[in-house]
Design a protein around this ligand. Structure first.
Ligand SMILES: [Zn+2]
Length: 244
């Protein structure tokens, strides 16, 4: 009789333990997704870049990377650079080779002000739609243009439309960088909604995609910086996010 009471108490403790375990597992998973809420492809990119699948929490803590594609453009990129400088923010610019040749002074300024310069192909092509030779030329030619202007060969590429093959990029020794927040700024003019959506989604380790060829994108990006800096976020270039 006594043994059966102890047996019942023991069974209840076991049930309680299983229940607590389930709650704890749920919390851990939820936290994991909050910290590493990057899309699958970005995780893959981070893994490739760091050659390390052990994602440490501290690596991403309070850090967000702003990335700008499709520039440089007169006025909008220059205005953006001024705004970032005033706020002490470093970003990553994935410039198009032929635009960089038209505005080398903007590329130079971006580099001198501490921003990271990446490759966005020479004429904004979808790499997987090109022949291997043409795709390789789009990338290598852009690296040559950037090296002539800045003295540095870019290591990172944002493949237009996020379309690339690992084989091609490893051949040209480039690291692909995708994104985890895409506000679709290129088709929108509702700056305040866009800003609200971005800051409500933003979390540690995010890579935000903008295009510095639109006035509205520049205004939105700077507003996002102001709000997230107030929340304690630090803006870093993608190499600091991926490799530190
Ligand atoms: Zn683009």
């Amino acid at each position: 009789m006594k043994q059966s009471i102890w047996h019942r108490i023991y069974s209840r403790i076991c049930i309680l333990e299983v229940f607590c375990g389930m709650i704890l597992t749920g919390l851990v998973l939820q936290n994991h997704n909050r910290i590493f809420g990057l899309n699958e492809k970005s995780k893959e990119v981070i893994a490739q870049a760091s050659d390390d699948t052990d994602y440490g929490y501290r690596r991403y803590e309070n850090r967000i990377a702003l990335t700008f594609d499709d520039g440089p453009a007169a006025e909008t990129t220059e205005e953006l650079l001024e705004g970032l400088k005033e706020r002490g923010v470093h970003a990553t610019f994935f410039f198009i080779g032929e635009s960089a040749q038209k505005h080398p002074e903007i590329v130079q300024k971006a580099q001198q002000e501490g921003h990271l310069i990446g490759n966005h192909t020479y004429s904004h092509v979808q790499l997987e739609n090109c022949s291997i030779e043409a795709a390789r030329r789009e990338i290598v030619q852009t690296n040559e243009v950037m090296e002539q202007i800045t003295g540095v060969i870019p290591k990172y590429i944002r493949p237009p439309y996020g379309d690339y093959s690992n084989q091609l990029l490893s051949e040209v020794n480039m690291i692909p960088v995708l994104w985890s927040i895409d506000p679709k700024d290129w088709e929108r003019t509702d700056v305040s909604n866009m800003v609200r959506e971005i800051v409500s989604d933003a979390k540690d380790g995010d890579i935000i995609l903008f295009h510095d060829i639109y006035k509205t994108s520049v205004v939105a990006a700077l507003e996002v910086v102001d709000i997230l800096q107030d929340r304690g976020y630090v803006f870093v270039t993608v190499d600091e996010l991926l490799l530190d």
